[in-house]
Design a protein around this ligand. Structure first.
Ligand SMILES: [Zn+2]
Length: 320
């Protein structure tokens, strides 16, 4: 249901908002809900219009994944398998019950409530959708104390400002220093619109910085020069925010050697991807990935060969 409602009209780097056409399609899909209890029939569309959040407990932290939208793209081999052999691509797709010719993607921010702070990691594509998802988690934009960026691609920074004003008026912006320097030297429109007005007051951080008590930055360059992951630890429980280290739950996890179109340095992106995946698998650390299937929370297990892995979605591991 939510993928229909939140489906974006076109590419991920654009700021299109929720498409009216897809909202109409949803209207057409409603009769399919007739078998559900009456409450579910009304709850599903209402909840989506109000945003979507999924909350777990992690030690003394509360972690919510916030849905910022979904999209579908054609010819995904040109995004996730630049150097893939087309027949291997087709086989891997089939083995995973996926169409080889199109791929879906989610955009998922992470909200972390610690004893000291309320931090949002990345900000989505559309401010109103971000704020709606935040509301679904039980918070208003003014409650957020820290906005922490993983990198500065448009789909991660476009919820920072709306009509020139900060969406999170009380928050300190924390950003990777190398990332800020790269985009200041190579500014694109999303950077100019959403980051440039705020960056002078931002706290710029480097690898291994403790950004908040229990939250450490771990550099993961390649996707972008300053791309950063974050390791949360509370009361012995850990979780990694992997951002865009791997961006498709099958192609980039089972074949991390495949080059990704959005990686600024494709070889480094691949090397970093393998390292991040290997650590998650070896240490059995749960993670949130920005583009994993919503709620974007899962684990990484060894795959079908050396340097290959597989994605295991989380289910009830965090329940009570
Ligand atoms: Zn992204």
């Amino acid at each position: 249901m939510f993928s229909l409602i939140n489906q974006m009209e076109s590419g991920i780097m654009t700021k299109t908002g929720i498409s009216r056409r897809n909202a109409m399609k949803l209207g057409g899909a409603l009769p399919a809900l007739i078998a559900l209890p009456a409450a579910a029939q009304t709850a599903a569309p209402a909840a989506a219009a109000e945003g979507k959040a999924h909350t777990i407990k992690l030690g003394n932290f509360q972690v919510s994944t916030l849905l910022g939208g979904t999209n579908m793209r054609e010819k995904p081999i040109e995004t996730f398998g630049l150097n893939a052999d087309p027949s291997e691509w087709a086989l891997l797709s089939e083995a995973n019950f996926l169409p080889a010719e199109k791929a879906g993607n989610s955009f998922t921010m992470t909200l972390v409530k610690t004893p000291e702070a309320l931090a949002i990691f990345d900000t989505g594509m559309v401010p109103d959708v971000t704020v709606a998802a935040l509301a679904a988690a039980g918070y208003a934009p003014g409650d957020v104390t820290h906005v922490i960026l993983t990198h500065m691609h448009g789909d991660h920074i476009s919820g920072l400002t709306k009509d020139g004003a900060p969406v999170f008026p009380n928050a300190t912006l924390i950003a990777p220093k190398a990332e800020a320097e790269y985009w200041a030297a190579n500014p694109g429109d999303p950077y100019k619109t959403h980051v440039a007005p705020l960056i002078d007051k931002a706290t710029l951080i480097e690898d291994r910085a403790e950004v908040l008590p229990g939250i450490h930055a771990i550099a993961a360059p390649g996707h972008t020069p300053g791309h950063m992951t974050y390791l949360l630890e509370s009361d012995g429980a850990r979780l990694m925010i992997t951002a865009d280290s791997f961006n498709h739950y099958v192609y980039s996890v089972q074949r991390p050697e495949w080059h990704v179109r959005f990686d600024v340095d494709k070889d480094m992106g691949s090397e970093t991807r393998k390292k991040v995946l290997a650590r998650l698998a070896e240490e059995r650390i749960p993670f949130v990935g920005y583009h994993m299937p919503y709620p974007a929370l899962g684990y990484i297990a060894p795959g079908d060969g050396e340097g290959h892995f597989r994605y295991v979605p989380a289910t009830y591991q965090f329940a009570g």
